[in-house]
Design a protein around this ligand. Structure first.
Ligand code: NAP
Length: 639
């Protein structure tokens, strides 16, 4: 699947255009047409999307607003077809400001403008590409660990900067989580236009929310198009990384699959292993005694035919919410063990294909995809962050943490009440009792309630006591007989870099320094571990705002800035100052305690064994971008 960018000239007749407009996402269409035609009067006050309904692609525009917007857009499309795009020379910054003002009903803050100019770079431009180049033949090599989303990205930027590198990947292909999680129904929960690299935008995503095979193809294509594959050593796991203080190099011990262990020396290590990399099986007595097949959702055993079988599923989180509705159709009986119900965000088009009309519009209107990306950036990202912020005067705080959070709770509760109107028993079991946003929402268009209502699906909320050879036994003593057990029980998220052994200055081991409480400066650098950079490290996960690809792009920009500093200023290594790291983490911790996920005591993978939120970034997206644009040499000791 090639990565498509081009915009084709419009030759369609009026009827075709009218039909295409039926599928338009209007809050992004009007800005795109305004920019293409130069007619900014299209951005009418009375057509501004109120953006009050989370997940509504039309931003809550009324049917009347939508009809008026389509009429306007039709005239603009005709003008574009018959007269071509505007040739007026305008500054992109002015365009961005005008659109921002219209979309958000507030003047564009100067904080956002440079970020938006990057996000909205015209097709084919890549403003985040490094503007410098390492000297030819430089004696400097980087090892990237992992060829998933962020490892490929690191490779792209290192290649652009001419820095020699190797990517070491334990699997036989690129894709990371999108290679490994092949369970039925796997798809992303961020819109494809946003869950994609800024420099590799596609205008023909087959679904608004990509399925796992589509994303795997996308990452494969990116690796191929950007010439990254030839830098990757597949089927090789990094066992350990050890810093040699004398030479200022890292020695990596590699274990090729089925081969003899070897080692390589590099100047810099970039860990791109992800947070959700090592599947976590539940700590339930007797799991090993089960006589049938059992597996984790991230290690789906496709050789096990589930048709007609009795299947027990443990966990009702993000993965189970996707595979349960799929397998429920074929299994004989499904016993579903729920510990904590999830808040579901209704997204009507979650499982849809991209409508043909919308694809046509993306192909024919210049920068429509980019404005769509901006619309998503605004509405599905920081737009929801305020609802996660704790109002200390709000009482009680167990079910909601502020008025905005409570409004969201009521909205989502109404949605669940409507979906389970015919099954009050299920409503009682599935209505969460913790604040929305304390855990990541699960997106759904009704497939979860439909699965739960099936006669062959049994939702069990009693605690599990043990697993026996025949199935799962609850504390009440009931045996739920099963032929297969599937664990959708999450990952060892707090154990960053597990099971790698990383040894830094003075022989300090990273796991010992962290002692179960992983911290880093900007999520990337850790004192005593010079030239070791983490991507998707501590406190860079987002619960309600943004796409993790956005974070990776910020991180890689920062890391490349560090490499530039090392190479241009003639330093061998840089080590984060302890006080800089500590002050940063204090600020992060204080803010996380002011977020729903910090105050709520609901189970989540965001808190580590010390009860600290070690995963999440508590601020808005622009702040991370600002902090990571370029490194400050004052934050580091140079060796
Ligand atoms: P998860 O959302 O953390 O869900 C794990 C489930 O297993 C929870 O329901 C948990 O209950 C339950 N569980 C764990 N241990 C248990 C035990 N001993 N007994 C009974 N139940 C147990 O994990 P996940 O589904 O693997 O997803 C993890 C993260 O991956 C998500 O938050 C998301 O960031 C990402 N993800 C994204 C997508 C997507 O984009 N659509 C899909 C899958 C995963 P408690 O809630 O009570 O702990």
């Amino acid at each position: 699947m090639p990565i498509t960018r081009a915009t084709e000239p419009i030759t369609a007749d009026d009827e075709t255009m009218r039909r295409a407009l039926e599928n338009a996402i209007l809050p992004a269409l009007l800005p795109a047409l305004a920019q293409a035609t130069g007619d900014f009067s299209l951005l009418r006050e009375e057509l501004r999307p109120p953006a009050t309904v989370p997940g509504d692609p039309q931003g809550g525009m009324t049917p009347e607003q939508q009809a008026a917007a389509r009429d306007l857009a039709f005239d603009a499309l005709k003008a574009l077809r018959d007269g071509g795009a505007s040739e007026e020379q305008r500054s992109i910054e002015d365009d961005v400001r005008r659109v921002f003002d219209w979309m958000t009903a507030s003047p564009a803050s100067d904080d956002y403008i440079p970020l938006l100019l990057e996000e909205l770079a015209p097709a084919g431009q890549d403003p985040r590409a490094p503007t410098w180049h390492a000297d030819d033949g430089v004696d400097f090599r980087v090892a990237v660990i992992g060829a998933g989303m962020s490892g490929i990205l690191a490779g792209v930027r290192l290649k652009q900067a001419g820095v020699p590198f190797v990517i070491i990947e334990k699997n036989e292909d690129v894709g990371g989580t999108w290679l490994e999680n092949s369970y039925p129904g796997a798809r992303v929960d961020v819109q494809s236009a946003f869950y994609s690299y800024s420099f590799a935008q596609k205008i023909d995503w087959p679904n608004p929310f990509s399925t796992q095979p589509v994303l795997l193809d996308y990452f494969r294509d990116c690796a191929d198009e950007q010439g990254i594959r030839e830098h990757i050593r597949f089927n090789t796991e990094v066992r350990s990384a050890t810093f040699d203080e004398e030479a200022c190099t890292w020695s990596l011990r590699l274990q090729p699959t089925g081969g003899a262990e070897e080692s390589i020396e590099v100047q810099v290590v970039i860990s791109a292993v992800g947070q959700l990399n090592r599947p976590k099986l539940p700590d339930i007595a007797g799991l090993d005694s089960f006589k049938g097949p059992s597996f984790h959702s991230a290690q789906w055993d496709h050789s096990v035919d589930l048709a007609g079988k009795r299947v027990a599923v443990i966990g009702t989180g993000a993965s189970a919410a996707q595979f349960v509705p799929e397998i429920a159709k074929e299994v004989a009986e499904l016993s579903l063990f729920q510990r904590t119900p999830a808040w579901f965000l209704p997204i009507a088009n979650y499982h849809d294909e991209t409508p043909a009309g919308l694809l046509w519009l993306f192909r024919h209107i210049p920068n429509y995809m980019h404005w769509y990306r901006f619309w998503l950036f605004w509405t599905s990202s920081d737009g929801l962050l305020p609802a996660a912020i704790v109002d200390e005067d709000w009482q009680p705080q167990d079910r909601s943490v502020s008025e905005a959070n409570d409004q969201l709770r009521k909205l989502l509760t109404m949605s669940l009440q409507a979906q389970y109107a015919d099954r009050p028993d299920l409503l009682e079991k599935t209505l969460p009792t913790y604040p929305p946003t304390a855990k990541r929402f699960l997106l759904d268009n009704g497939s979860w309630p439909a699965a739960l209502k099936r006669e062959n699906v049994h939702l069990i909320t009693e605690e599990i006591k043990e697993i026996t050879p025949d199935g799962v036994v609850t504390v009440e003593g009931d045996l739920h007989a099963a032929d297969v057990i599937i664990c959708g029980t999450g990952f060892h998220a707090s154990h960053f870099l597990m099971p790698m052994k990383v040894t830094g200055r003075r022989g300090i081991e990273l796991t010992a320094q962290w002692d179960g409480d992983a911290r880093a400066y900007l999520g990337m650098t850790v004192p005593n571990f010079p030239n070791f950079f983490l991507l998707y490290g501590p406190n860079t996960n987002i619960v309600v705002n943004g796409s993790i690809i956005y974070f990776s792009e910020c991180e890689v920009q920062y890391v490349l800035g560090c490499l530039r500093m090392l190479l241009e200023d003639g330093h061998r290594a840089m080590d984060c100052k302890q006080q800089v790291h500590d002050a940063y983490n204090e600020r992060i911790d204080a803010a996380n305690l002011q977020r729903s996920w910090g105050v709520s005591d609901v189970n989540s993978w965001y808190k580590n064994e010390h009860g600290r939120v070690a995963q999440n970034w508590p601020f808005n997206l622009v702040e991370y971008w600002q902090q990571t644009r370029e490194p400050d040499p004052a934050d580091y000791v140079f060796l």
